[in-house]
Ligand binder design. Structure first.
Ligand code: FAD
Length: 491
């Protein structure tokens, strides 16, 4: 609560503290608006917003954060925001990858608008972080926004906490974030030549509908891929993933239970055999992480799901197999509960399901049999003489296999690579050259592991050569990407 006797300065400090500590998407937005109002700052003045905020908020806690942001922003790659000073970007999706990309685009000097259809961040599920991502987020002040961030040897974070950290950060950098706005497609420039590229949105009357941009970044997650991109399907053997979240009351007993950071079957046959004999649960692997919830992700074998009545009818088609009508929800809850109890040696007391965004026990089953990835990562579309650069990042570029935690690791690599592409675009590099370089780098993404990427984490920047050893930025030549330049037939 703000004390009535506090001076104006102290009020600003209290508002800043409230903003930093906000725990929901709505709270972040409201507290940010209040802070801006109090300091008489125009959040749409993206070029100067961050510097004006710094000037007006002379507060040690804020200064600690500015130090971190300034250190990153002073990297030579950003050339003090000159490369993209005239670039206008639309980012689709305020998932972790859309927001992480937005940070980089803002540091490059671009105007950035993010559209997000949801109005709340509700995913309890926990993401595994590779060492470089932990370092990256720490350097951006993650711990200031979320004190528990990767304490000790922890190497994970819930999706919603990561979104909250990044949302706060992008707002401070002058990025406009509109929630409750559904992106419906791109609108071509009009015949009169008076408008550039715009987005078709719902609600139609939203101010974001009139925003004109020359870069469109799609970070819509899952299978959201904009028109013009081709998807490759990689069909593997049947893989059924189950996630389950239980309430974490942070009691001493709960704190003591050890996490399981990936017990793959081959490494611990005895454990899986016991689980099978004693409980009838047959798993390929299981991971257990503690965050706001106790989070479990496991890959289960079909036969044990059939035997336990979780799946009602067998089918060779994975989609039919996991169709809602073919799943007994109660049996699924029991299966996940038993697996969680057994793998933590029944040491988690009073295990109770956490609730998901619709108030139901947070347990879900997913099919990883068929993984998608985009055939290419970028496109340039030209209509009425106006060019639009389009890039994909995150899950819509390469779908991750959750138990391995590739989502954020590869997602952030792609965010940096995409920012590098936009930098080239802003600097006026020819469009075929921009596309060729982006596709040269994209070829590496699916093979990246913590082992084959550079270990020199402090040197990581948006420049691909700081992260991928021996990357060849011209392995694909401009003439090989002509099909990625889509220009209307002028005849
Ligand atoms: P997302 O995080 O999916 O974000 C995409 C955003 O775009 C969403 O907020 C969405 O609302 C928004 N959006 C989509 N379409 C539109 C539109 N038309 N208009 C406006 N906004 C739009 N990974 C793990 O490692 N472990 C897990 O347990 C796990 N569980 C998951 C559970 C669910 C339900 C989902 C969807 C994903 C899960 N993932 C998990 C994947 C993980 O969330 C992603 O790898 C990670 O969040 C990075 O993804 P992203 O930013 O590319 O996309």
């Amino acid at each position: 609560k703000l004390s009535t006797s506090s001076t104006l300065g102290n009020q600003a400090h209290a508002l800043f503290d409230r903003f930093v500590a906000s725990q929901t998407c709505k709270e972040v937005q409201q507290n940010f608006a209040e802070l801006c109002h109090h300091l008489q700052l125009d959040s749409q003045d993206y070029h100067h917003f961050y510097n004006k905020l710094k000037e007006k908020l002379n507060y040690w806690k804020a200064k600690e954060l500015w130090q971190k942001i300034d250190k990153r922003a002073s990297h030579p790659d950003y050339e003090q925001g000159k490369p993209c000073a005239k670039t206008k970007c639309l980012v689709l999706g305020a998932g972790p990858c859309g927001l992480r990309t937005a940070v980089e685009l803002a540091l490059l000097g671009a105007q950035v608008v993010v559209l997000e259809k949801r109005t709340s961040f509700s995913r309890n599920n926990v993401l595994h972080l590779w060492p470089y991502t932990i370092r990256d987020l720490r350097n951006l002040g993650a711990k200031k926004f979320y004190g528990r961030f990767c304490s000790g040897s922890l190497d994970h974070i819930s999706i919603r906490q990561l979104q909250l950290i990044l949302l706060k950060l992008v707002l401070l950098l002058g990025v406009e974030v509109h929630t409750g706005v559904n992106f419906k497609g791109l609108l071509e420039p009009q015949a009169s030549g008076s408008t550039g590229w715009r987005a078709l949105v719902h609600p139609e009357s939203h101010p974001a509908a009139s925003y004109q941009f020359d870069v469109f970044i799609s970070a819509g997650g899952g299978r959201f891929v904009p028109d013009g991109f081709k998807i490759k399907e990689l069909r593997g053997k049947l893989a059924i993933g189950i996630t389950a979240n239980f309430t974490n009351r942070r009691t001493a007993a709960e704190t003591q239970v050890a996490e399981i950071s990936g017990v793959a079957r081959i490494y611990n046959q005895k454990f899986f055999q016991q689980l099978h004999t004693e409980m009838g649960i047959d798993l390929e692997n299981i991971v257990y992480y503690k965050d706001d919830t106790h989070y479990f992700v496991m890959t289960a074998k079909k036969n044990s799901l059939l035997k336990k009545g979780v799946i009602k009818q067998d089918s060779s088609d994975a989609e039919q197999l996991l169709a809602q009508a073919n799943v007994d929800q109660e049996a699924l809850l029991q299966y996940a509960y038993d697996a969680a109890q057994f793998s933590t040696s029944h040491k988690l007391p009073d295990l109770e399901f956490a609730l998901n965004h619709v108030g139901k026990p947070d347990v879900a089953m997913f099919d990883f049999t068929c993984m998608h990835r985009a055939e290419y990562a970028s496109l340039v579309r030209e209509r009425r003489g106006k060019k639009l650069l389009i890039g994909l990042v995150g899950d819509c570029l390469v779908e991750p296999f959750w138990p391995l935690g590739t989502g954020i690791a590869r997602g952030f690599l792609a965010a940096f690579d995409t920012a590098w592409m936009v930098r080239n675009w802003g600097k006026g590099v020819t469009h075929l050259q921009v596309l060729a370089e982006r596709e040269s780098v994209y070829q590496l993404l699916s093979q990246t592991t913590p082992e084959n990427t550079s270990k020199n984490y402090p040197a990581y920047s948006i420049d691909p050569s700081t992260r991928y050893p021996n990357v060849n930025l011209s392995s694909i030549k401009p003439k090989q990407v002509r099909h990625l330049y889509d220009v209307e037939d002028k005849s």
